[in-house]
Design a protein around this ligand. Structure first.
Ligand code: 13P
Ligand code: SF4
Length: 305
């Protein structure tokens, strides 16, 4: 079968079986083309809750499928490829979190959405890269324990200097390896390009950006900007998608190393196998985890607007 033939069959099957397909923007172009919604992790979680179809298929990583299940307990939610996990989401376990909380009495615990549902049960609210500043600003506290990504945490704290932040020492293994040297090289190669960066990068990388935002934020900025060239400081699929959408502009990766293999493990055939009942993994979470994580994620949606 060709890619187009598989896509046609997927579109037929998803209508027949009432599936809503969600794809994170880090997925390949051939997957975005068959999805009902694409976007950043915040957008996907909101869309999943609104959609009326009985089944949801997540093309992304495990914490994203868990988030959909928590927000739509009545639906059957599937992760397209069961081995697609986010290493950042699995960095912190419950015991370490409990110890961190003990070391920070009087702090509210804010979890990046890139965490397991189990961990969210012990946090006050979760945030995404696009909603973190707004939510932390609106939280009724001046002391925030931000887990697990200190880079996103530092960026948020730089926007809200009046609040006190404490961090964990985690981070995204992809964005973390970007250095000032990578930025210097990319800017030297493309001196007229604007530099757009995801806040999961280190503070010294973020400090050199013309724009800082989530994957959707970066894409919107590049679409609307009058500039013609951009260096993209996030996962390299964004370079590809923007190049398709804006053929008259030029997009350059900050580094070839910015490829998330955890996101890339999902293929079009994985999607096809879920729809014909021969693949994927249905998300089943224990009741206390569903209830605890739901409080944390719904608070994000309330405060994030
Ligand atoms: P977004 O919130 O921008 O979708 O980021 C998710 C992610 O995993 C970035 O590495
Ligand atoms: Fe996780 Fe980083 Fe991949 Fe995002 S880019 S899914 S944070 S490993």
């Amino acid at each position: 079968m060709t890619i187009q033939e598989i896509q046609k069959e997927i579109i037929r099957l998803k209508k027949e079986k009432e599936f809503c397909i969600l794809a994170h923007a880090y997925q390949g172009q051939e997957i975005l083309e068959i999805a009902d919604y694409t976007g950043d992790s915040y957008g996907l979680s909101v869309q999943a809750a609104k959609d009326s179809r009985k089944h949801v298929l997540m093309c992304g990583v495990r914490f994203m499928a868990e988030t959909c299940k928590v927000l739509s307990p009545e639906k059957r939610v599937y992760l397209a490829n069961p081995s697609a996990g986010c290493p950042m989401a699995e960095q912190l376990d419950l015991e370490t979190l409990r110890n961190l909380k003990k070391e920070h009495p009087g702090y509210m615990t804010v979890a990046y959405i890139n965490t397991t549902s189990e961990l969210k049960t012990e946090c006050d609210v979760c945030v995404t890269s696009s909603s973190a500043v707004k939510i932390c600003k609106n939280l009724d506290t001046d002391k925030i324990l931000f887990i697990p990504d200190p880079n996103l945490g530092h960026y948020v704290s730089s926007q809200i200097p009046e609040k006190q932040f404490a961090f964990y020492t985690g981070g995204c293994p992809r964005h973390l390896i970007m250095t000032e040297e990578d930025v210097k090289k990319a800017k030297a190669a493309h001196p007229d390009a604007l530099f757009l960066v995801h806040p999961e990068c280190r503070p010294e990388v973020v400090a050199q950006a013309d724009y800082v935002g989530s994957t959707t934020g970066i894409m919107d900025y590049a679409r609307k900007s009058a500039a013609k060239e951009f260096i993209i400081g996030t996962e390299n699929s964004i370079v590809e998608h923007l190049q398709f959408e804006c053929p008259k502009k030029r997009f350059y990766p900050l580094s070839v190393m910015l490829t998330c293999m955890n996101m890339k493990v999902t293929t079009l055939m994985d999607v096809y196998h879920v729809l014909n009942g021969t693949g994927g993994e249905e998300m089943i979470l224990p009741k206390p985890v569903m209830e605890g994580a739901s409080r944390c994620i719904r608070r994000m949606i309330e405060l994030g607007g």
